[in-house]
Write a protein that binds this ligand. Sequence first.
Ligand code: TRP
Length: 352
Amino acid sequence: MVFFVPVRGRQSEEYVARQRILTGMRPTGPLHLGHYVGALENWLELQHEYDCYFLIADYQALGDHLDEIERIRRSVIDVAVDWLSVGLDPERSPFVVQGYVPEHAELTLYFSMLTPKSWLDRNPTLKSEMQQLEDSHETITMGFFNYPLSQAADILLPKANLVPVGEDQLPHIELTREIARRFNRQYGEIFPEPQAKVGRVPRLLGLDGQAKMSKSLDNAIYLSDDAKTVQKKVRRMVTDITGQNPRLSPTDPGIVENNPVFLYHDVFNPDVEEVKDLKERYERGKVSDGEVKDKLVAALNAFLDPIRERRAQILERPGYAAEVLEEGSRRERVIAQETIAEVREAMRLVYT
Ligand code: TRP
């Protein structure tokens, strides 16, 4: 499926066929380096080639954080500011708040009529998240159980063809394809079958060596951290995931493989020669952990500096992020209403 959109920055009214993207995040906290390399970096590239919609999924966050409305409210704005500060362009790619476009809820409802419960029961991401909720004695609400369906509705409402996401989201994209197929078979070809696209670093490990950088594990460097904070966090970083190979002095030969500090160097330090040299000296016991970490601090701060500058500019305009969200949601809603009209027609939910 293709859409014709005007290409900004051109003189004449030239129209170019573009494929569409919808992707998003839950507003549950500030974004960190894992979000950047797993998703945002991809989005930044793709916004030039695709007609993109970036969604802040507040309904989805309510599924397991209904008692933390204030945190969600703050996070909706924080996520928008994070997106702006990495350089996503809301004029090119609308930022959408799920709850501002109630058609997302309507399509979720129709999909929930169409989808066998067993499709959700076997979803591995949902399964492990429900297990975690159960382990911490939290209630599993119907809204939570149903969130993969709401995600399918998010994606199909603007008829997206591509969904750049983290690895853990792949089962949800597969579900979306199954729902699109089932709907199209029953009611006629309305929806595309979207593809997933995983980022350069599908999963960035945490500062403590745990498999994943995450706010809840308290092992993250945030896009909004200042230089001093980054330094403090990197100095405390583990150099050994197993905890069995303590390196007590700079003259001890060190292990580079699976060493979190070097894994970060590989991802964030563009100076390949420097990294190679550090690795060689590390293995020969010719460099201290401190030096390796200080070089990482420098690389991370060089990476974060332009993001910090943009953030400072954005924060000089109070209310700007909220405006961006209103305007983006208004723009997506136009398309959402068209799709919903088609769906109601196809399902014969029009009573004459
Ligand atoms: N589940 C995603 C996350 O936890 C957020 C999300 C909601 C999403 N709707 C989406 C991602 C649609 C991609 C497409 O980050």
